[in-house]
Write a protein that binds this ligand. Structure first.
Ligand SMILES: Cc1cc2nc3c(=O)[nH]c(=O)nc-3n(C[C@H](O)[C@H](O)[C@H](O)COP(=O)(O)O)c2cc1C
Ligand SMILES: [Mn+2]
Length: 490
């Protein structure tokens, strides 16, 4: 694994392998000076995130000897924005953004079933704590931002639940706020997210919901858990697809669930029907601290962990963060596979921020509305809006996209679609939207109409950049003579 030229490319193994790989590639740095879990770890990792520095691995957390915290593991990367996601896939860290998405798309189409490991050989069972030994405060849980509502035990995690009707197992990354030694809140949003839909079923039956919070699993598992897969699809099989071999699972001690065997920490518990506590605010991927309200409470029944466990944390905020790096590429891969399955061709999709796709395509009658309908029919693939650009525009290049919007979009091509599902984390929602739990979205169509004749188009809308404004012959001549002009260094 990870040898140069290994074929086919395989993803990293457990978190510890992954940290070593990142360190070798200059994408991780050990921080040995003492650091406080209250505000300081969050502040330092946020600056690193905003400057796209190597991920920090805090070795010396105040009050927590023998433990460490790895932060903002997924970026933005140092060598390139998606460097650490590319490395997770066994690719070169400078692999272009749209190529990473294409590779993910291929792996999504080859899900692999997990296997079950015996408890004796599962690293996450090295220490098992029950009864009075349960104490969440024994982990270096960070208070990330001073504006957050408290310490967050789950920010880069996997929340495992099981549908009581179908036995479908769901993995999602959901934020979890520490409440006390034996309980935490989990933000299971009531709309769109699968964890929330599963909880509703248990509550309708008046039953407690078993739940497991996983920290520090194989990175492929966390990537899969951040993907907007359809209801009923298995994140754990997609994780196997991303890694190139099935994930090893192990049974929990006190709940009927399985978790990745190599995880650093597993917290088993249950949600009592109807029980809610204060949760938030929390600095989020929208670049705003949002979502203060009431959330389900998890009562902890058992904790298992590796020796000297490595805690992990995300640090979301304006503009780029580790959450956006993952969710945007996973969404692009899921969305394009979904469109292809519906026979809807596009050249490329990119999400500059989660839930707002930019799609480049060759327009044909009706295609754009078919795309909107198909993506709205999936979960979390569009909220807020969607941008369409022509094939000559690179959707992963923000300047290119903005150029298209400002020069090719007829004002009448800005549309508002009313009555779409709402994501409560959006800062722009009005109080009445929140009350109705429904809102609107926009479509920006920055493509040149498909029915303009070529002659009209070339007279009024021919792109005036180097590539399009000179013939191949002239460009070849200029390239040949480039040094003669005295610009050989540029
Ligand atoms: C670091 C990080 C934190 C996230 N926090 C939440 C959260 O608190 N609540 C939520 O509903 N989604 C959150 N998400 C997004 C979900 O993980 C994502 O939408 C995923 O598709 C959810 O799984 P599901 O589709 O099975 O519900 C987060 C994603 C990341 C990467
Ligand atoms: Mn899911």
């Amino acid at each position: 694994m990870n040898e140069p030229n290994a074929a086919p490319a395989q993803a990293a193994g457990d978190l510890r392998d992954f940290l070593q790989l990142l360190e070798r590639e200059g994408e991780l740095r050990r921080v040995s000076t003492e650091i406080d879990w209250r505000y300081e770890m969050g502040a330092v990792s946020r600056v690193i995130c905003e400057r796209a520095g190597p991920a920090p691995w805090f070795q010396n957390v105040k009050g927590y000897p023998d433990q460490s915290v790895a932060a903002v593991l997924f970026g933005p990367g140092h060598a390139a924005p998606l460097a650490r996601i590319a490395l997770t896939l066994g690719l070169d860290k400078r692999t272009p953004t749209l190529d990473v998405i294409e590779e993910l798309r291929r792996r999504f189409q080859q899900p692999r079933k997990p296997s079950l490991a015996p408890a004796e050989s599962a690293p996450c069972k090295e220490i098992i704590l029950r009864g009075d030994d349960i104490n969440l405060l024994n982990f270096p849980v960070p208070w990330i931002k001073e504006i957050d509502g408290g310490r967050y035990i789950g920010s880069w995690d996997i929340v495992v639940t099981r549908d009581p009707d179908t036995n479908w197992v769901n993995w999602g990354i959901y934020r979890c706020q520490l409440k006390d030694e034996r309980s935490f809140a989990v933000l299971l949003l009531p709309q769109g997210q699968h964890g929330g839909a599963i909880l509703r079923k248990y509550e309708q039956r008046g039953e407690s919901m078993p739940i497991a919070l996983v920290i520090g699993a194989d990175p492929a598992c966390h990537l899969a858990a951040s993907a907007p897969l359809d209801h009923g699809m298995s994140e754990r099989e997609v994780a196997g697809g991303i890694r190139g071999r099935g994930i090893e699972l192990v049974k929990c001690e006190t709940v009927d669930l399985e978790v990745p065997a190599s995880a650093e920490i597993v917290i088993e518990g249950e949600v009592i029907p109807g029980e809610r506590v204060d949760e938030g605010p929390f600095g989020e991927y929208t670049g705003h601290a949002t979502g203060q309200g009431r959330a389900p409470l998890v009562r902890v029944k058992c904790i298992t962990h590796r020796r000297k466990p490595i805690f992990t944390m995300a640090n979301m905020g304006k503009l780029h963060d580790d959450s956006a790096c993952c969710v945007t590429v996973m969404s692009a891969a899921v969305a394009r596979n979904r469109l292809e399955a519906h026979g809807l061709p596009v050249r490329a999709i990119y999400y500059y921020i989660p839930e707002i796709p930019v799609i480049s395509l060759a327009a044909r009658p009706g295609l754009k509305k078919q795309i909107v309908a198909t993506l709205l029919g999936g979960e979390r693939m569009i909220t807020s809006g969607i941008v369409f650009v022509d094939e000559d525009v690179d959707p992963s290049n923000l300047e290119d996209v903005w150029w298209a919007i400002t020069t090719r979009m007829h004002p009448e091509s800005y549309e508002v679609v009313r009555g779409v599902p709402m994501n409560a984390l959006h800062p722009w929602l009005r109080p009445e939207d929140r009350a109705r739990r429904e809102t609107s979205m926009w479509i920006m169509d920055a493509t040149i109409p498909h029915d303009w004749p070529p002659e009209y188009r070339s007279r009024h809308a021919a792109p005036a950049d180097y590539l399009h404004s000179w013939s191949e012959g002239t460009r070849a001549m200029v390239a040949r003579r480039w040094k003669d002009y005295g610009y050989g260094d540029i």
